[in-house]
Design a protein around this ligand. Structure first.
Ligand SMILES: NC(=O)c1ccc[n+]([C@@H]2O[C@H](COP(=O)([O-])OP(=O)(O)OC[C@H]3O[C@@H](n4cnc5c(N)ncnc54)[C@H](O)[C@@H]3O)[C@@H](O)[C@H]2O)c1
Length: 248
């Protein structure tokens, strides 16, 4: 028996990086997983391997998020857990001084990283409400706590994820739905390893209390705990997971 037997989990951006680790982690614990990603090939591959459902989704588009939730409900008959993970982030956002960020780039980051969390939550909400049970976990970032320079749009969007978590928790707590956020440190996904130099990754290690590289699997346990029955009375919170780099 898996801890998440009978639960249906939507992981946005679930085909690559951290999202892939969440998709695989929940599936291994018995959940039925909806891999909601704009990257079809990756999503299809992960879904096939975990016997889940891949749904082409652009989280910045309301009709796309609604169609995704409908497809998930049609296939599995319920939606219990949303991992708001899909985002544009530093690996594809070249660092630059804040006054050189093109306005179009700022708008796109907000559309995916902020509006995308809002739209995905809104799309699954009716189905969670139906069962008076739900878990929403929002991926923020420790860059929002630290105030990392060079990626002002990204850091701003990750701060917004914390605000969204707090206010939404108050709005839907009475429906039996909790909303929490995590703030990971720099995590060695394939994207990070391709984008950042070894020196950069090494420098993060020395800044941590637990002095090693952060792996995607370091986040899975906390996310699964927040998604479980055991975390029923925890909502509106932000859990920092970075090996004790920052103390939040
Ligand atoms: N990797 C890290 O070091 C790190 C640290 C802190 C926070 N985070 C956060 O964790 C989350 C995942 O990061 P990651 O490193 O796995 O990123 P990633 O770039 O490897 O993966 C992002 C995923 O989101 C998908 N995606 C992008 N735009 C989309 C859209 N419009 N609609 C649907 N899917 C879309 C991509 O196809 C991809 O599967 C992000 O929210 C990021 O901000 C990552």
């Amino acid at each position: 028996m898996g801890e998440f037997d009978g639960r249906v989990v939507v992981v946005t951006g679930g085909g690559l990086g951290l999202g892939e680790a969440f998709s695989r982690g929940f599936a291994a614990a018995g959940a039925q997983v909806v891999v909601a990603d704009i990257a079809d090939e990756a999503a299809n591959q992960v879904a096939e391997e975990i016997n889940g459902l891949a749904v082409h989704t652009d989280v910045s588009d309301e009709s796309s998020t609604k169609a995704m939730a409908q497809a998930a409900h049609e296939k599995f008959g319920r939606i219990d857990i949303l991992i708001n993970n899909a985002a544009l982030w530093t690996a594809i956002l070249p660092m630059k001084p804040w006054d050189e960020i093109p306005v179009e780039e700022w708008d796109r980051v907000m559309a995916v990283n902020v509006k995308g969390y809002f739209l995905a939550a809104r799309a699954v909400f009716p189905y969670m409400k139906e069962n008076k049970w739900g878990r929403i976990i929002n991926l923020s970032s420790n860059t929002a706590l630290h105030g990392v320079p060079g990626i002002l749009h990204y850091v701003t969007s990750k701060g917004a994820a914390i605000g969204l978590t707090r206010a939404l928790a108050r709005e839907i707590g009475s429906e039996g739905i909790t909303v929490n956020a995590i703030t990971p440190g720099l995590t060695s996904t394939e994207g990070v390893k391709a984008h950042y130099s070894n020196e950069m990754l090494e420098s993060r290690i020395t800044a941590r209390s637990v002095q090693r590289q952060q792996q995607p699997e370091d986040l899975v346990g906390t996310v699964m705990f927040l998604a479980s029955d055991r975390a029923e009375f925890i909502t509106g919170q932000t859990v920092n997971i970075d090996g004790g780099q920052l103390m939040h």
